[in-house]
Design a protein around this ligand. Structure first.
Ligand code: NDP
Length: 293
C-alpha cells in the first residue's frame, strides 16, 4: 500500500537507531509509525480503498511524505481521531497496553511504580493503570510535568531527588507489586529496591542509557523478584493480536476514556530538533512531525 503521510510519530527508539544503540543497515530513513491517507492499493487489501485514513507502526522509513506499508500494518482511523493522535497511538499505545495487560501478575488495589510518567508511554500507562484500579506512584523531573501526572490520576508523584526506595516503600505500604521502568540506567537500582517480595521489574526502555549486566543473585536478594525486558514486537507478533490491541486503544481514544496528548509538533525538515527536544527531556506526551513542512 502506498500511503501519503499526514503526521509522523517520533519515538525514543528512533534515537537508539540514530545513535547506533540498535544496529541497522545504512543509509536508512528513520521512523516507524505515522498516519496518512491511502494513495494507491497494493495486494491483499480487501477492506481498504484509496482515500481511507490509516495509521501504522513498525514500518521502517516512516519519516517521509510517502510510505509503502504492508497491508496488515494498516489500521483504519475513525473521524473522531485526529491525524496527530493517530500517528502516535500505535507504538506508544500498544506498548502501554501490553505492558499493563501481559508483563506482570499485579491485581487491582496493588501499588505500581511508573517512571517518566509525563512522557509519551508514561501518560498512557498512568491512565491504563488507574483505570485498572492500581495505586499509581510515578516519577518525573519537573513540577510542571508532575502536574500533568496528577491530572491523569496518579496517586503519588515524586520528583527524582525524593524518589528513593524508602519513600516508595513508605507510600506503597512495603513495596510496589510492579515497576514499569522505561528510563533504564539511572533508575534501575531504585526500581529493583522498591519492589515488594515476588514483585516484577518490567524494564522496557533505556532513555537514560542501557542498564549494565545484572547478577541474577540480585533478584534473590531483592525478595525473589522477577525481571523482564519485553519488546513490543513480541506482543503484536500476529496480525490478530496487533489488531485486537489497536482496537482497544482506539476504542479508549474514541470514547474519551484514554487521552493522548501530542505535546509538540515539528516540521519533517526539523526532525533533528525533535530528537534534541526528546533527548533533553523538554517534551511531554507524544511528539509528531508534520510532513508538509
Ligand atoms: P518519553 O516521552 O517517555 O521520553 C523519555 C523520558 O524519559 C523523558 O521525557 C524523561 O522524563 C525521561 N528521562 C529520564 N532520564 C532521562 C535521560 N537521562 N535522558 C532523557 N530522558 C530521560 O519517550 P517515549 O514515550 O517515546 O518512550 C519511553 C520509553 O519507552 C523509552 O525508553 C522507549 O525506548 C521505551 N519504549 C519501549 C518499548 C518496548 O516495547 N520495550 C516500545 C516503545 C517505547 P522526565 O523528565 O520526567 O524524567
Amino acid at each position: 500500500m502506498l500511503v501519503r503521510t499526514t503526521s509522523i510519530g517520533v519515538n525514543y527508539i528512533d534515537t537508539y537507531f540514530r545513535e547506533g544503540i540498535y544496529q541497522t543497515a545504512l543509509p536508512y530513513v528513520p521512523g516507524s509509525e505515522g498516519a496518512g491517507v491511502v494513495d494507491a492499493l497494493g495486494v491483499g487489501t480487501p477492506d481498504l480503498v484509496t482515500g481511507d485514513r490509516v495509521a501504522w507502526c513498525q514500518v521502517p522509513g516512516s519519516y517521509a511524505q510517502y510510505v509503502v506499508a504492508p497491508a496488515e500494518a494498516l489500521v483504519a482511523v475513525p473521524d473522531e481521531v485526529s491525524d496527530g493522535v493517530a500517528a502516535s497511538m500505535l507504538l506508544q499505545g500498544l506498548t502501554a497496553h501490553y505492558l499493563i495487560t501481559d508483563t506482570h501478575r499485579a491485581h487491582g488495589g496493588d501499588a505500581v511504580l511508573i517512571t517518566a510518567g509525563a512522557g509519551g508511554v508514561g501518560q498512557l500507562l498512568i491512565q491504563m493503570a488507574v483505570a485498572r484500579g492500581y495505586r499509581v506512584i510515578t516519577t518525573t523531573s519537573t513540577e510542571s510535568k508532575a502536574q500533568i501526572c496528577r491530572g491523569l490520576g496518579a496517586h503519588h508523584v515524586l520528583l527524582y531527588p525524593e524518589a528513593t526506595p524508602e519513600r516508595i516503600r513508605e507510600l506503597s505500604g512495603g513495596g510496589v507489586a510492579v515497576v514499569f521502568d522505561g528510563v533504564g540506567r539511572d533508575t534501575f537500582d531504585t526500581s529493583l529496591a522498591s519492589l515488594e517480595r515476588r514483585g516484577t521489574l518490567v524494564l522496557f526502555g533505556a532513555a537514560s542509557g542501557p542498564v549494565p549486566p545484572v547478577d541474577p543473585q540480585r533478584l534473590n536478594a531483592a525478595g525473589s523478584v522477577f525481571l523482564t525486558r519485553p519488546k513490543l514486537g513480541d506482543f503484536i507478533a500476529t496480525t490478530e493480536e496487533y489488531r485486537d490491541r489497536a482496537a482497544e486503544v482506539m476504542e479508549g481514544l474514541v470514547d474519551g476514556s484514554l487521552v493522548l496528548d501530542v505535546g509538540a509538533t515539528f516540521g519533517l525538515t526539523d526532525a533533528a530538533q525533535a530528537h534534541r527536544a526528546l533527548q533533553s527531556r523538554r517534551t511531554t506526551g507524544s511528539i509528531t512531525l508534520d510532513p508538509s513542512r
